[in-house]
Design a protein around this ligand. Structure first.
Ligand code: ADP
Ligand code: MG
Length: 265
């Protein structure tokens, strides 16, 4: 597997405090992986090391390489990664038709501002992405009028519009009702099944779709475990990670494994 991200001895400092320390972590192109950890454990910071929105402390030997490159340019990173976060929706503050929001994904913008020119090709890509996500019927709707679940799927279509090889999801299901979660998880599955790499950040084991086999556990800004899903999602690991007694469950439905955990209180 070709490397997507290689991190060696990276230290991220914010407000005078080390918020993320990664000794050695590699992700491959096309890999399907989940990063699980409590609030504040450094998950989003790890994603920002991948997207190069955050840089670690300087070292002569570069601590982060993107596809083998120590100085990858943002445009190449943007082309390779489609990013969806639960907070992106809050950034949309103007009335725009859904199709324009999705098409904006071809330009790295949220809609189609004056400086970008829609073309038949970008429009076609937007339509194809909406079809894959099952949101094509929303094409002409005002983005501001959608439910959170619909808007989240539209943002996934947007991330997909420029045909990235890897999709990065930062807590894609937070704030959604069970129907919204169902459709977002089903969308992640479909993308994994058509060969996209998946990097999923979450604190819900339920988000970990069957196609994901590797799970990285983050706690207090450090990778505390990294390995096969079944082992990482055990009751012992989950209880230790979240600091409360959790009972992990794995159910097999039609040959696919679904994870969840319960706690008594
Ligand atoms: P997660 O996504 O797992 O919830 P984050 O990566 O967002 O965690 O943040 C990790 C830690 O770094 C948190 O404790 C957060 O408060 C802290 N942090 C993030 N950004 C800053 C910043 N700009 N200044 C100070 N602390 C920060
Ligand atoms: Mg976060």
């Amino acid at each position: 597997m070709k490397p997507l991200l290689e991190i060696r001895d990276a230290h991220v400092v914010r407000g005078g405090k080390e918020i993320l320390i990664v000794d050695d972590l590699c992700l491959g192109v096309g890999e399907k992986v989940a990063v699980l950890g409590p609030n504040g454990s450094g998950k989003s910071t790890l994603i920002q090391l991948l997207t190069r929105e955050v840089l670690p402390l300087y070292r002569e030997e570069p601590p982060v390489r993107f596809k083998g490159e120590a100085r990858a340019v943002r445009a190449d990173v943007r082309k390779s990664l489609g990013v969806v976060s639960s907070t992106m929706q809050d950034e949309i503050t103007v009335h725009l038709p859904v199709v324009e929001v999705v098409e904006g994904g071809c330009f790295g913008t949220l809609g189609l501002p004056f400086h970008v020119q829609s073309t038949p090709i970008t429009r076609e890509r937007a339509v194809a992405a909406m079809e894959l996500l099952g949101v094509n019927e929303l094409a002409d709707r005002d983005i501001m009028t959608l439910s959170s679940g619909q808007a989240r799927r539209v943002l996934i279509a947007r991330a997909l519009a420029d045909d990235p090889e890897t999709l990065v999801f930062d807590e894609p299901c937070s704030g959604l009702d069970p129907e919204g979660m169902h459709y977002v998880r089903a969308a992640m599955r479909r993308l994994a099944q058509v060969g996209k790499g998946i990097v999923l950040v979450t604190h819900y084991p339920e988000d970990i779709i069957p196609e994901i086999d590797r799970v990285i556990l983050l706690q207090d800004g450090e990778v505390v475990a990294d390995g096969a899903k079944l082992e990482m999602l055990s009751s012992e690991q989950m209880s230790q990670l979240f600091g409360v007694q959790l009972l992990s469950e794995c159910r097999s439905v039609d040959g696919d494994e679904y994870f969840s955990h319960v706690s008594s209180y």
